[in-house]
Design a protein around this ligand. Structure first.
Ligand code: PEP
Ligand code: MN
Length: 263
């Protein structure tokens, strides 16, 4: 059960000795898409030096247009493994289909289920049958109740290693890509023992706003952050506008670490 009434202690999700939740603040970072070996290995090394705990990169991409870059798929997973080998960082990557989960779950440390699949109930049930962590992103028009019920699908199959991720919801506002619902942090903490992290990159859609929303998330009690970082955002095959350079990410990490210490 996701509900706090059934579990007093906060859930802590741990992979290779790195934890998120129950007092452990986790940083997941990396490019929107895995593009090449040197790209992912270089980003992984940079974010590791800045203090990130997990490497995230998309291999199977849920793009709005079918004509946009769809990801390197299984080749992308192999490149993520190479980056893990080079840095030791566990891998977070999105899976969009049950078949992909069946074929590749063993190669992934944390299975990401994206906003567009938050209510793909077959995928949620299949992830629930695994015994490995799942990062579940809030649907762009999902209420918190629907978000928690989506997580319940995973837990109800016996997998209680779930990390929730608020990534902004769709509102009438156009100056940001989505509207970051920071209040989801205390609300989810009231109702659930599951860790809740914030993705300021997809929430704002603009690298200029990532630092302020990352710091706000720490202040609001988030259990971690997921931030997009690209070696050269201008040439990124997806989400370059919202991606930080490794230097910018390092600067954000310094402030985040300081603030997290006093929280
Ligand atoms: C992503 O994290 O790469 C992504 C596509 O985000 P979301 O599912 O939140 O849109
Ligand atoms: Mn992205």
């Amino acid at each position: 059960m996701t509900n706090r009434a059934f579990k007093a202690e906060d859930t802590c999700v741990t992979v290779d000795g790195r934890s998120i939740g129950n007092g452990h603040f986790g940083i997941i970072a990396g490019p929107c898409s895995v593009e090449s070996r040197s790209q992912i290995v270089d980003v992984a090394k940079a974010i590791e030096l800045s203090g990130a705990n997990f490497l995230r990169g998309g291999a199977f991409k849920p793009r709005t247009s079918p004509y946009d870059f769809q990801g390197l798929r299984s080749e992308g997973l192999a490149l993520l493994r190479a980056a893990k080998k080079a840095t030791g960082l566990p891998i977070v990557t999105e899976v969009m289909a049950v078949k992909t989960l069946e074929d590749h779950a063993d190669d992934i440390d944390i299975i990401q289920i994206g906003a567009r699949n938050m209510q793909n109930f077959d995928l949620l049930k299949a992830a629930g049958q695994l015994r490995k962590p799942v990062l579940l992103k809030r649907g762009m028009s999902a209420t918190i109740e629907e978000f928690l019920m989506a997580a319940e699908y995973i837990l109800s199959e016996g997998n209680d290693q779930v990390i929730l991720c608020e990534r902004g919801i769709r509102t009438f506002e156009k100056y940001t890509r989505n509207t970051l619902d920071l209040s989801a942090i205390p609300v989810i903490k009231r109702y659930s023992h599951l860790p809740i992290i914030i993705d300021p990159s997809h929430a704002t859609g603009d690298s200029r706003y990532v630092e302020s929303m990352a710091l706000a998330a720490v202040a609001a009690g988030a259990d971690g952050l997921m931030i997009e970082v690209h070696n050269n955002p201008e040439t990124a095959l997806s989400d370059g506008k919202q991606s930080l350079t490794p230097v910018q990410f390092n600067a954000v990490m310094e402030k985040v670490t300081q603030l997290a210490k006093i929280m």
